[in-house]
Design a binder for this molecule. Structure first.
Ligand code: GUN
Length: 287
């Protein structure tokens, strides 16, 4: 058996088309959707991600605002910049690209972002609403994973989902999202991580495996139940080559699997655009 591919590029392109229409509608009412990006330092992958996000904006009619600070920028300079984005009415929402260079207080900066402009859903207030089962803006990668599987008719209801990784951007909010009492969600979620005993045995019991570790090839065929759905959401690089958390042989046992390129990544970017247009709609008044 060879698994079928969860084509993130295809599903993302449909979402982007909806975003383009909604952005156009707002424009007809005199509002141009504005999305801000802040990059600190010269991390290669982060710079490329931000470039792609800005190219996506141009594609769907969202105006992007960008600032690149050097890694040597002080905490105060970054905080001042965040406050200026908070105050700029052209910027309906924005993100500070993570990770920040060593020495910066990521939690402190995320907390300074005005919650209504938090396009990432990573402000403690927005994560708190998610934890209270009243989600507002959803973190982009978790939301993208749910949309990707939904597009292929794969729901989470009642299924055992094992998430590898408990990071801020994927694992932790994804666990909260999948366990919500809502049709299509309602999963039984297990989160495993580097200190988990018998990790392979736990993964093997999953109906759906979602790996968000950034450890290339950590999920192998021998750990996966035959017919399981397997999603690679972690990223790492060998030079410029993007590596997946999933070993190639996973496709031999899974029913559905994400490709190394064009799986979760484009979905994350599409959900970012969707969050951006919703932030602008909230300001303009829906309709
Ligand atoms: N770096 C990796 N993933 C993310 C994300 O979802 N948001 C931000 N701001 N930075 C990231």
């Amino acid at each position: 058996m060879e698994a079928e591919l969860l084509d993130g590029n295809l599903i993302a392109s449909r979402i982007k088309e909806q975003v383009r229409e909604r952005a156009l509608h707002l424009r007809s009412r005199g509002a141009t959707v504005g999305l801000g990006t802040i990059l600190v330092g010269d991390d290669g992958p982060s710079a490329r991600y931000v470039e792609m996000k800005r190219a996506d904006c141009a594609e769907v009619g969202i105006e992007s605002f960008h600032t690149h600070l050097p890694a040597s920028a002080s905490e105060q300079e970054l905080a001042d910049l965040v406050q200026s984005y908070n105050a700029d009415s052209r910027i309906h929402s924005y993100l500070v690209q993570l990770p920040l260079p060593p020495g910066h207080d990521e939690d402190g900066i995320l907390t300074l972002v005005k919650p209504e402009k938090d396009v990432d859903g990573l402000h403690p207030m927005n994560l708190g609403y998610l934890a209270m089962s009243r989600p507002r803006v959803l973190p982009c990668t978790p939301a993208g994973i749910v949309e990707l599987l939904r597009a292929y008719g794969i729901g989470f209801d009642g299924k055992h989902v094992v998430i590898l990784g408990r990071g801020l951007t994927i694992g932790r909010p994804l666990a909260l999202l999948l366990a919500l009492n809502r049709p299509g969600l309602n999963a039984a979620v297990t989160v495993v991580h580097s200190r988990t005993r018998d990790l392979a045995a736990i993964v093997k019991s999953a109906d759906i495996v979602i790996s968000a570790t950034g450890a290339p090839g950590i999920v192998t065929a021998s750990m996966v139940k035959r017919g399981a759905v397997v999603v690679g959401a972690g990223t790492s690089f060998a030079g410029r080559k993007l590596l997946s958390d999933l070993a190639d042989d996973v496709a031999e046992v899974a029913s559905w699997v994400t490709p190394r390129i064009g799986g979760v990544g484009p979905m994350t970017r599409a959900m970012l655009l969707l969050n951006a247009v919703m932030a602008a709609e909230a300001v303009a008044g829906a309709g």
